[in-house]
Structures are given as C-alpha cells and as structure tokens.
Design a protein around this ligand. Sequence first.
Ligand code: DER
Length: 225
Amino acid sequence: TQESPEKKAAGIYAASLVKSGDKVGLGTGSTVAYTIKELGRRIREEKLNVVGVVTSYQSEAIAIEAGVPLTTLAQMPELTIAIDGADQFDKNLMAIKGGGAAHTREKIVSMSAKRFVVVSDPKKKADVLSVPVPVEVMPFGKELAVRQLKELGGKLVLRAAAKKDGPVITDNGNFVIDCDFGEIQNPKELAARISQIPGVVEHGLFMNVDEVVIGKSDGSIEILK
Ligand code: DER
C-alpha cells in the first residue's frame, strides 16, 4: 500500500507515547502498522524496552518483522496502552472498527489496556457515525443473527474474501457481516442490541477510546480527547 502522510504522522506520534516498561496492545491495519514499525526503530535505536500483544496474524507478522517482543494476554493480562486504527470516529470518540475483520481481538486487547489510543486521519472523522458496522458471527448462528440484525434495521452483506472463494473467515474462525444502519444516532443503544444477539461474537462499535490522534498531510497531528 502506498505511503499515507496522514497515517504515518498519526502512527509515529502514537509510538512516542510509549515508554520503557510499557505493555503495549498492538492493533491491526495500515495506520497502526506505522506505530509498530516505529516501536521497532525505538527498540533498536533508543533501547526502548517494551513487550507487545497483537490482535491478528497481520499485526503479529509486522511486529515480528519490526523486532517488537511479543507475549500473550495469558502471560500479560493488564496492558499499559493499546494503539489501533479505526474506520470512522465521531467527536465523542465513539468509533467503528473492523475494516480488517480483527475487531474482536482488538476490542479484547483495547479493553485490557489502561489507555486506548486510536490513530487515524481526517477522512474518518464524522459528525454522526454512518459506515457499516462489522459484526463477527459464529457460522452456526449466521441465519439467526441475519434475521435479528435485519430487525434492527441493518442492510447486511456477508463479507466475501478477496483471494478465496466464499466468505472471509476471521482469525477466530468466524464470519463477518457488514451491517449498514445508515446514520447511527444512538451508537451505545445499537451496540447493546447487537451484543444481545445469540451467536454474535463481537461488533465493531467501540465506546472505550480515550483519545484519537489525527494525522495531517503536512505531517502534523491533532489530538481529540
Ligand atoms: O480492522 C480495524 O479495526 C482496523 O483498525 C481498521 O479498521 C483500520 O485500518 P486502517 O488503519 O488500515 O484504515
């Protein structure tokens, strides 16, 4: 993927928030990839001493390549800071994630951290959240989840894989249904309703963001708290 100055500015700034001794949750996607690579540079050049927990096979591969030491939540259940991207966020720091189908482990890791920082760019800022909400569902329960998500007003698409015939299978072995609810006036209520559907593993509405770092094309950043 070609360089994005906005994502690079946000990702590198977020890596500067990390200090030696921190236990770092490492999200998934192209923006946080800059953070992971910058942490690798700081480990090599500044002797930064940190351990990370990843949220996908993708972030695991990037972290290993960057030389970031990794462990698991089983060994390191309470994290200092989690850093991750998002597909959209609003002024109340509500976010929609899951563009990379990694939102279940991302939510577990971000909720395991004392501080959750989203790295993003101006295109993802919205007055009202409106992009489709990814919902990870157990294949066994897909039909029931489809019925109940439709009852909530969603227009649903089972996420198709790119280089595999058939649906995306997540790192957890499940399907992803992208649910278009249009403008979401009450994200907290929608999140609660989706979570009640049996067979839903996790949805992409995140209400635990502490700050959003917005990268700009001139390399500067803006922080929403
Ligand atoms: O899947 C996710 O939630 C990712 O964080 C993703 O939505 C953000 O990806 P990007 O940084 O490549 O836009």
